[in-house]
Design a protein around this ligand. Structure first.
Ligand SMILES: NC(=O)c1ccc[n+]([C@@H]2O[C@H](COP(=O)([O-])OP(=O)(O)OC[C@H]3O[C@@H](n4cnc5c(N)ncnc54)[C@H](O)[C@@H]3O)[C@@H](O)[C@H]2O)c1
Length: 274
């Protein structure tokens, strides 16, 4: 269903790799709601995925950018304003990667140049994106910037590894930069703390299958899907949420406020019988 919530709005969407990506679903929904945008991903992500199909489907152009490169971001933002015909109303940062996770290094055995790389890609890149937008005065008033995060920023999920620290950093950057963006340009900045979701990045986390099922059973509404997340993001890009800023917004079917559920207790009791 479409409500034309984003008619006349222009944006940049980072991180659509394939049709499972949260950014992919968001691009589809933003398109349905009348928004126009440029798609961006790291050159390697573009080789691995099939972003061309999404671009064709949504009538969008693609501008490659490594989100850790200030030069690439400057180019992306300048070109996006040219292509879209004006300043930007919405930005989705949907980027995450840990080399330690990828290479199976435990949290207690980090290789620190990998840790730094992961922090740069997953967290500092959000600062770089916002600083480039800010310095170029590229955002329209009442614009909206959203990044995706996970609850391991607040609570321990051992296999999430150094991504937990990256997400804590990312959420802090949203608040800190959000202050300046709000004060100076009336732009809002929020993070969405999403349920585990079966994507390339999600499935890279050790024990993902058990974990997604556990979260499903713990959440009174069940896990939020990538499409649910896309819908929530559309609402945050729309004019209906203009005074929501500096927030970390849990979008997880209720998981974050649960202690235990009947379904989990039942499984545990069965386990005890064995
Ligand atoms: N999948 C989950 O369970 C889950 C849960 C909560 C939050 N998130 C977050 O959602 C966001 C999107 O991830 P996803 O689950 O859709 O997975 P995904 O693998 O589809 O997307 C991750 C994207 O990051 C891009 N990327 C990696 N390095 C980059 C760089 N240097 N520059 C630019 N882009 C780069 C990848 O190419 C890819 O498109 C991430 O921030 C992730 O941490 C995911």
């Amino acid at each position: 269903m479409s409500y034309n919530l984003l008619k006349g709005k222009r944006g940049i969407i980072f991180g659509a790799l394939d049709e499972n990506s949260i950014a992919w679903k968001t691009a589809e929904r933003v398109h349905e709601e009348g928004g126009i945008f440029v798609l961006s991903n790291a050159p390697i992500g573009m080789r691995m995925g099939n972003i061309d199909q999404l671009a064709a489907k949504t009538g969008s152009q693609i501008i490659p950018a490594d989100a850790t490169s200030e030069e690439d971001l400057q180019n992306l933002i300048e070109k996006s304003m040219e292509i879209l015909g004006g300043k930007i109303d919405f930005v989705l940062h949907s980027i995450g990667m840990s080399v330690n996770v990828r290479k199976g290094k435990a949290y207690t055995d980090q290789k620190y140049d990998w840790t730094q790389k992961g922090t740069d890609v997953s967290a500092m890149s959000f600062h770089k994106v916002m600083q480039t937008l800010y310095k170029n005065e590229a955002m329209n008033e009442w614009g909206s910037i959203v990044a995706l995060t996970y609850m391991a920023a607040q609570r321990v999920f051992p296999d999430y590894n150094d991504m937990a620290d990256n997400k804590a950093y990312l959420e802090s950057v949203a608040r800190s930069f959000g202050y300046f963006f709000g004060r100076d340009h009336k732009v809002r900045v929020n993070t969405i703390s999403q349920s585990p979701t079966a994507t390339t990045a999600g499935q890279g986390v050790k024990g993902f299958d058990g974990f997604i099922n556990y979260a499903e059973k713990m959440s009174p509404l069940g896990n939020a899907s990538a499409l649910d997340c896309a819908n929530y993001t559309v609402s945050l890009f729309s004019d209906l949420t203009r005074k929501v800023t500096l927030q970390n917004l849990f979008h997880d079917g209720g998981f974050s406020n649960m202690g235990v559920s009947d379904a989990v207790m039942e499984a545990f009791e069965k386990g005890q019988d064995k």
